[in-house]
Design a protein around this ligand. Sequence first.
Ligand code: ADP
Ligand SMILES: N[C@@H](CCOP(=O)(O)O)C(=O)O
Length: 329
Amino acid sequence: MPNRPERSLAQGLRSVPAGVTVRVSVPATSANLGPGFDSMGLALDLRDDVEVTTVDEGFSAVVQGEGAGTVPTDASHLVIATLRGYLLERGWKVPGLELVATNRIPHGRGLGSSAAAHASAILLADALLPEDERASAADLLNAASHLEGHPDNVAPALTGGLTVSWEEDGRYRSSAMRPHPAVVPVVAIPAQPLSTETARGLLPSQVPHHVAAANAGRVGLLVHALTQEPSLLLAGTRDWLHQDQREPAMPESVGLVRDLRRQGLAAVVSGAGPTVMVLADGMDQAGRARAALQAGLEGSAQPWRVSILPVDAAGAKVETHRSGQPISG
Ligand SMILES: Nc1ncnc2c1ncn2[C@@H]1O[C@H](COP(=O)(O)OP(=O)(O)O)[C@@H](O)[C@H]1O
Ligand SMILES: N[C@@H](CCOP(=O)(O)O)C(=O)O
């Protein structure tokens, strides 16, 4: 029977057959949104598209767009390595893979590129398995979040929209909400990257009780502002937990956030930075935010890309193609 997995007696692993193609499209995400450190996230309308085809042997990647020329193109490519690791955990192996990535999410800018890569790998691996072996959406979220180390990017990348995520007994969970249609994200993306690992290394291991309490209050307000009352976004995006602490690694970004907030705009550091994002209340304010970002960046030593980046409501999309059959969603 074509495409039936074979048992590898040597390793006790079942093998995904050659000739299966799966595609995934995953959006960029902005995590934290001010006070919601490691919990809040928003999907943005900018996508990485990744296709893998199983082959008889060898692991290779063709990378177009962001990361081309810098990320590995062999078995150590993040998506290939993650996909194989996940299959192994599930008791499966793949003899070889050809991967084609069309990347639009810039790397190391706080827009969730590594979360998109981890989510892509888990979704692709899952789609390579027979239907009766597929994991639930909750299990996929949990697996990808563990790989990323925190769920705030992975959750909106999978579901789209606005998410709040949490961890309970070692398992990551998330709930998705529809942001108010007036909310318009405006981003300023610098040329110079900053790794999330470096930015996380700047955070203190403890904070005073009153700081934790103040941030918790603003997260509650943030959910209300993002879903019901965008006029409260400036107050709802106030943070004391991580943005100032990371200033040494991105002084320009944190200074810009302060400057914009003094002008009444709900500016935040996107994820671990250094991208700056304004959550504008309507298109008029989004236009003012774009102009304020451009003015604030005049004279910067590096180029910045300033643009409106609308909310993505769709989240991740997966397509599978098995030996001559049409692609199915
Ligand atoms: N699509 C991808 N393909 C391969 N590697 C990737 C991809 N996206 C991210 N990475 C890896 O993750 C790193 C960026 O991760 P990180 O520092 O967490 O920043 P980000 O805020 O973009 O997620 C890149 O430098 C690269 O090594
Ligand atoms: N909560 C994390 C979010 C990291 O997001 P990224 O897009 O920068 O990877 C953090 O702030 O460290």
